[in-house]
Ligand binder design. Structure first.
Ligand SMILES: *Cc1c(COP(=O)(O)O)cnc(C)c1O
Length: 385
């Protein structure tokens, strides 16, 4: 497994390890302006123009840790494409939306989305350590977009207490791990005080953007709220640095089951070798690939989106070819509010009244005869005595 740490490489070579390893130092030293980025990276004209336009859309922010993963000599670097704005971001196509998953329509209290029967999405902050240029919530995340996330915690908790059908609460945002330990602990305690809520989940990219955030103290705090699951968001195997692997190990050692959500992105991970490597390495980090998302129709994402057919072809190259645990479920969020819809390559060739004709991962054909609806013929001899 070739995982590289860039910690000691320029341009932060002189930083004391104690500072570098401090998540608040990382946040304070994020690259957030054109000038800061330009000092460290030879930007292309399309990137420069893109950065100038971020103020009205989605803020620019890249942690030093994540910035160091960018290959400065490669304009098409898959890390760079995820976080450095490009001019294409301001080209909106007619199919694109500000709220592609239709979350605002399912908001039962400001910041609380109740779409599925037994679980809710709780947007607890609008801040992230770095901003993904394809963010599906760019309308409310980072403070630059057109809407404000105005979560009403008291109203949300009142809703949860009243709705006994809700057994699973997913904290997201923004990134819940950007809250302080004390603030997050307070929210987790309030959720845990509701008897019918069985499962608590966090969605966070902090282990990738800001692995220093995953301190032993944080893990000890999270452990008190089991069963607590955490989904991370990685798209490319290069994100699994030594620091990130150590952070994931601390979380796993705290008994937190880990999943990963990737977004299928053109020029980042839309090839079978990259996806396979990512999913296999995640298993070594004790992270189970959970979802592979078709990129949402967020405004300004055309340059990052693939076709669904390409996604299906990639899934076809994973299933059966590698460990089943390494294979995520490919899903598309039904544009406008349909929720997650699974997408699978077709393994059913034909279905007749009494059998299924199937293909395996290699394309070989097999038939499965369905059990006959008639009762099985009795073996008379066995029932006589
Ligand atoms: C993704 C999502 C969930 C969680 O879905 P799972 O398939 O259970 O992981 C819940 N609510 C909303 C609105 C979501 O988008």
């Amino acid at each position: 497994m070739s995982i590289i740490s860039f910690t000691s490489s320029p341009p932060w070579a002189g930083v004391a390890p104690a500072d570098w390893n401090d998540w608040r130092w990382q946040l304070r030293h994020r690259l957030v302006t054109l000038a800061q980025l330009e000092q460290r990276l030879a930007l292309t004209p399309a990137e420069r123009a893109g950065i100038r336009l971020t103020g009205g859309k989605l803020a620019l922010a890249i942690t030093p840790h994540f910035f160091n993963l960018i290959d400065a000599d490669d304009e098409r670097c898959p890390i760079r494409r995820q976080v450095v704005p490009r001019l294409e971001e301001s080209a909106f196509s007619p199919d694109e939306m500000a709220d592609p998953c239709g979350e605002d329509g399912d908001m039962v209290a400001p910041g609380l989305v109740h779409r599925y029967p037994d679980r809710v999405l709780f947007l607890v902050t609008d801040r992230c350590a770095s901003y993904c240029r394809y963010c599906t919530r760019s309308r409310i995340v980072s403070g630059a977009g057109e809407q404000e996330l105005d979560t009403d915690f008291d109203e949300a908790f009142r809703y949860l207490a009243r709705h006994t059908e809700v057994r699973d609460v997913l904290f997201s945002g923004g990134d819940p791990l950007l809250l302080s330990d004390a603030r997050l602990e307070g929210l987790l305690a309030r959720v845990r005080a509701i008897p019918h809520i069985q499962l608590v989940r966090l969605g966070s990219r902090a282990p990738i953007f800001l692995p220093q955030r995953v301190t032993p103290e944080l893990c000890a705090m999270l452990k008190k709220f089991h069963p607590l699951w955490l989904s991370i968001h990685t798209n490319h195997p290069r994100e699994l640095t030594v620091e990130t692997r150590a952070a994931l190990a601390r979380l796993a050692d705290a008994g937190i089951p880990l999943g990963n959500q990737s977004v299928l992105l053109k020029g980042v991970n839309n090839d079978a070798l990259t996806l396979t490597e990512l999913c296999q390495k995640l298993l070594l980090c004790r992270v189970r690939p959970y979802y592979l998302y078709q990129c949402d129709l967020i405004r300004g994402s055309a340059h990052l989106r693939t076709t669904i057919q390409e996604g299906l072809d990639l899934m076809n190259r994973l299933r059966g070819h590698t460990t089943g645990y390494a294979v995520p479920q490919y899903v598309v969020d039904g544009p406008g509010g349909g929720g997650k819809i699974p997408l699978n390559p077709n393994y059913i060739i034909a279905k007749t009244s009494d059998r299924f004709v199937l293909r395996n991962y290699r394309g070989d054909i097999y038939e499965y005869p369905e059990p006959s609806p008639e009762p099985a013929v009795l073996q008379h001899g066995r029932w006589k005595d």
